[in-house]
Design a protein around this ligand. Structure first.
Ligand code: F6R
Length: 326
């Protein structure tokens, strides 16, 4: 019997993405919010992950530069020409709260993206607009809520330019539940054969945010340690360590587009891994492909946990760490 987290990924992501996008578009930020030359997304863990994708999309499709801050402080240059999204699913993450306060003091145009918590109440007290996002069983499962809210908001402000068809296609992909379950099941079979070795998730440079997210999902849901490698960069350093081991396993995120498919193949040949698995990313454009990889990461990591008698929701180490720093 699939658990709550798996079911949420499978059944709720399409709806969550659609309503979050609509909510982002109609956030009703004042026109001054469009008059910025940089966007900064501040958030940790599952919340900050959404920023990585937005930064990549702005580099690819066009718009103002987007920076991601996964720390307790915003850079000194953040000021009145910066739009800052303080993103925290719970609203109680110390680093993100500190970023929000600093960005506010530096005069940035600020938006809180959250379920509420301390960030929600702080924002209300200071007249900062809040995008209240929909419920999810865990921050990482709320990726579509966070990501599509910011995407819709950035597009409506004219700060990110994406073909509407790609947004639509990315959400439609999340309806292909049978295909996704089949893909996730196959991947879980393979993961079972390589667990314990050196697992690296390899992506072409534009798709690297999905590899990082895959690594986090495998850690938090499946309790599997792995590494995320970005090609071509990884071919200039980490490749040596990978090729020197007998237990290297590569999970290759193949966008099925040249020159990346050939380069990824060449990278894998140079590593000569003990085992490899190629996940072909569905969709035509970059956004749909990123979303497909992200969805399969969620489904396969929760499924792996369930098949191995683990609780995908349990994250005791994160809780212990948060107690240390809060
Ligand atoms: C837990 C998870 C974590 C949190 C992180 C920050 O599901 O994904 O990575 O996202 O600890 O917490 P929030 O997102 O509440 O700011």
């Amino acid at each position: 019997m699939p658990g709550r987290l798996y079911r949420f990924y499978l059944d709720e992501w399409a709806g969550a993405a659609r309503s979050a996008y609509a909510a982002g578009v109609s956030l009703g930020l004042s026109p001054g919010y469009a008059c910025v030359d940089t966007v900064v997304v501040c958030g940790m863990g599952g919340s900050g992950a959404a920023g990585d994708y937005l930064a990549q999309l702005s580099a690819h499709y066009g718009g103002v530069p987007i920076y991601v801050v996964k720390a307790a402080s915003v850079p000194g240059w953040v000021g009145s020409k910066s739009l800052v999204y303080a993103v925290s699913f719970s609203g109680n993450t110390r680093e993100t709260l500190e970023c929000a306060v600093k960005a506010y003091r530096q005069g940035a145009k600020l938006v809180a993206v959250t379920r509420g918590g301390l960030l929600g109440s702080w924002a209300k007290r200071h007249g900062v607009p809040v995008a209240f996002i929909g419920e999810a069983p865990a921050p990482r499962a709320g990726w579509p809520n966070l990501f599509y809210t910011m995407l819709g908001s950035l597009e409506s402000l004219g700060l990110l330019r994406l073909p509407r068809s790609e947004v639509e296609e990315s959400i439609e992909l999340l309806g292909l539940r049978e295909d996704a379950e089949t893909e996730a099941g196959r991947l879980v079979d393979w993961l079972g054969t390589v667990a314990g070795g050196w697992l690296s998730i390899v992506a072409a440079e534009p798709y690297y945010p999905a590899a990082v997210r895959f690594r986090s999902e495998l850690a938090e849901n499946a309790k599997l340690a792995s590494d995320a490698s970005q090609v071509p960069e990884a071919g200039h350093n980490i490749i040596v360590g990978m090729a020197g081991r007998r237990d290297t396993a590569l999970l290759i995120l193949d966008p099925v587009e040249e020159p990346w498919t050939t380069i990824l193949k060449g990278f894998a040949e140079a590593v000569g891994p003990a085992s490899s698995y190629t996940l072909r990313l569905r969709g035509k454009g970059m956004l749909p492909k990123l979303v497909w990889a992200t969805w399969i990461a969620g489904l396969s990591s929760t499924l792996y946990a369930e098949r191995h008698g683990l609780d995908p929701e349990a994250i005791p180490a994160i809780k212990a760490f948060r107690r240390l720093v809060e």
